[in-house]
Write a protein of this length. Structure first.
Length: 37
């Protein structure tokens, strides 16, 4: 099983997630698909 490095940034409001942004290493993802160098 392969993994993709990622980070999650969230904005909380009243104890709940109001916004969430996910960032991942797209170059690593493309390599795993055979599309990158």
């Amino acid at each position: 099983m392969k993994t993709i490095p990622m980070a999650t940034i969230a904005k909380w409001k009243n104890g709940c997630i109001a916004e969430e942004h996910l960032f991942w290493d797209i170059a690593e993802y493309m390599k795993q698909l055979g599309l990158g160098k």
